[in-house]
Write a protein that binds this ligand. Sequence first.
Ligand code: PFF
Length: 454
Amino acid sequence: MTEKKSIHGVWLGRWTFILAATGSAVGLGNIWKFPYMAGENGGGAFVLVYLLFIAAIGIPVMLAEVMLGRRGRKSPINTMKELAKSSDASKLWGGIGWMGALSGFLILSFYSVIAGWAVAYAVKIIGGSLLDQPDIPAQFGALVSDPVSTVLWHSLFMLMVMFVVARGIHKGLETSVNILMPVLFVMLLGLLGYAATTGGLGQAFTFMFKFNPEALTAEAIRSALGHSFFTLSLGMGAIMAYGAYMPQNESLGKTVVTIGILDTLVAIVAGLVIFSIVFANGLETAAGPSLMFKTLPLAFSQMPGGVVLGGVFFILVTFAAWTSAISLAEPAVAWMVETAGFSRVKAALAIGIPVWALGLVCALSQNILSDVTILGSSVLDFLDKLTTNIMLPLGGMLIAIFTGWVMRRSHVVKELNVKNFALFNMWIIVIRFVAPAGIAYVMGYLIYEWATKG
Ligand code: PFF
C-alpha cells in the first residue's frame, strides 16, 4: 500500500517536525507573555498550576492533535470533516476546524502588533537610539503611543509572515527553524548566566517557584489554563496542520513530550532572566504586557557589548514570533489551497490582508483608539482574552472529546502505532475524562463569575 501524503508536502523527518512544532510553540507566549502573566498572578502558585496543566492536559491534547492531523493529512477543516465521516459521526465535528482557523486569524491580528514592537526594538537597539536613553523603560510607552510607528512595524511583520507562508512549508519554514531555534535557546542560556551576575537570580527563583497558595485566584487558574494552550499552540489546529506533514512511521508520543519540554524550558529560563533584572533594578513584577520591553533593554544597557547582544536578542525574539505566526496562518491557508484551489501566494494574500486590517485596529487600540473598549478591555486585550481564555480551551476540549469518545478506537490505535497499551490506556483516560472535565470546570467557573457579577 502506498503511504498517504499531504498535498502540501511532508517534513523531512521527525526532527524537522519537532523543530517546526517547537517553532510554532516557542514564541511571544514564552518570552513575552509567560513572564508577565506569572508576574501579574503572584509568581509561584501560578507557575505550578501552569506546569500541571501543561503536563496533565496540554501534552495529552497535543498528542491527539498531531494524531488527528497525520491521520487526515489535510488542513484541519477538511481533516476533521473526513475523520468524522470515517467514524460515522456528524459532519458538525468539522466545526472544530472552522473555529480553529478563526482563532488563528484573530490571534495573528494582535500577535503581529506585539511582534512588531520586538522588530522595532531590534532595529532601534542596533541603530543606537534606544540603549543610550536616560530612561529606557519609558521608551516603551513612547513607541506604543505613536500610531504611525506601531502601524508600520505591524505591517512589516505581517509582510514577513505572508512571505514565508506564500513560499510553502519546505522552503519557507524548515530553514528558519533549523538554525534559529537552537541559537535562541543558547542566547537565553547566556542571558541566564548574565542574570546570575545581577544579584537578582535568587529572588527570581523564589518568586517563580515558591508555592504561595494565597496568590492563587480563580483568575490565575483560568489564565494558567488558557496560557497552557496558547504556549503549546493547541486548540486551533496549528499543530494538527503540522501533524499532517509528519512522516508516517515516526513515534508521536516521544515527539510531543520533547516539544512540551522544550517549550516549557524556554518559558522558565525567560522568566528567570526577566525577574532577575526586575529584582536587581527594583522594578515592578506586575508591570503587565510591557514587562519584557522594559526589563531586557535595561540589562543590555548595563552590559559590555549590550548593543550587539540586545540587537541579536530582539532579532531572535522576532524569529520566534515569526515561526509561531506562520503556524497561526497555516490552517486557513492550507484550507484555501485544498478547497478553493488557490495557489499558496493567493491564499496567503486572501488571509493576510484581512488579518492585517484587523491588526491595524489592534495597533491603534493602544493609542488613538484607546477609548474604544469591548467588555472593558482594549480591542487588543479583548481579542487576546477571547482567544486565549475561551476559544483555545474550548477547541482543546472538543478535540479531546472527539478523539476519546467519537473517533473509532481502532483508528486511533493504528495511527499511534500503539505498542504499550498500559500507557495508551492512561492517555485515553486523560483524553476522555481528565482534559474535558478540567477544561469544563475552569470555563464553568468563568461563566459562573460573569453571571454572578451581573
Ligand atoms: N504558541 C505561540 C506562542 O507561545 O507564542 C502562539 C501560538 C501559535 C498560539 C500558534 C496558537 C497557535 F496555534
